[in-house]
Design a protein around this ligand. Structure first.
Ligand code: PGA
Length: 252
């Protein structure tokens, strides 16, 4: 069975004090009312060490939103997978459409990041998903498959056990437009079939596939009720304790 997960992606929001307040608030909320799923918060680099120290890792795992495609050295401003791991965090988001689009992260670059993250013992939330134009041209399956083939399907089955897939249709991210539960389930089932084709049915059944894109407390129960949706990667609605907790509670 695939692990059920609700992950937050803070993106470039919250200064250090605000971030600590949010992490502590969530920590208290989940201490009082234990989650029925794995909860991950992915924060900007500067928050990682402090947030990781402040939260109870039984209830909250911590992740980065990115890491470098080089191991170490003269790369001013970059943060390596090893540095991320040394903060005490366990996850890293890679392949987010904002990184692909605004920072020109190609499948080859992402492949390097994936390999470095795994070599340093991080688990990966690997994002895939089509643009509106690609959806309108009915290319969503081809896009998702190519993104998997380009950056994670070179892994061994053992390595692939550390990959969580996040399907995030670009047209639904931060737009308030959610894929319908049926639309999401259709492509999630397809993505699982791609994993099955590559790694076999057992690995596919154990792979968590999250939905992301304007997921909130009001639509999470319907999305999470679908057999191939194992949780969510949450942007905007992860920035307030009550909103994020509402999504976590969709697993109750
Ligand atoms: P959103 O972002 O929930 O604000 O749409 C999701 C994401 O980009 O991970």
């Amino acid at each position: 069975m695939a692990k059920k997960i609700v992950a937050g992606n803070w993106k470039m929001n919250k200064n250090l004090q605000e971030g600590m307040e949010l992490a502590q608030g969530l920590n208290e909320a989940l201490a009082a009312d234990k989650p029925n799923c794995e909860v991950i918060i992915c924060t900007p680099f500067i928050h990682l060490a402090k947030v990781s120290e402040a939260v109870n890792h039984e209830n909250i795992k911590v992740g980065a939103e990115n890491c470098a495609d080089k191991a170490s050295g003269a790369y001013t401003g970059e943060v390596s997978a090893e540095m991320v791991k040394s903060t005490g965090c366990e996850y890293v988001i890679l392949g987010h459409s904002e990184r692909r689009e605004y920072y020109n992260e190609t499948p080859e670059i992402l492949k390097e990041k994936v390999d470095l993250a795994l070599a340093n013992g991080l688990k990966i939330l690997f994002c895939i998903g089509e643009s509106l134009a690609q959806r309108e041209a009915n290319e969503q399956e081809a896009v998702c498959k190519a993104e998997l083939e380009g950056s994670v399907f070179h892994l061994s089955a053992e390595q692939f056990a550390n990959i969580v897939i996040a399907y995030e249709p670009i047209w639904a991210i931060g737009t308030g437009k959610t894929a319908t539960a049926e639309q999401a389930e259709e492509i999630h089932a397809y993505i699982r079939s791609c994993v099955a084709e590559k790694y076999g049915a057992e690995v596919a059944a154990n792979t968590s596939i999250l939905y992301g894109g304007s997921c909130k407390a009001s639509n999470a129960p319907e999305l999470f009720a679908k057999p191939d949706i194992d949780g969510g990667l949450i942007g905007g609605a992860s920035l307030k304790v009550a909103d994020f907790k509402g999504i976590i509670d969709a697993w109750k």
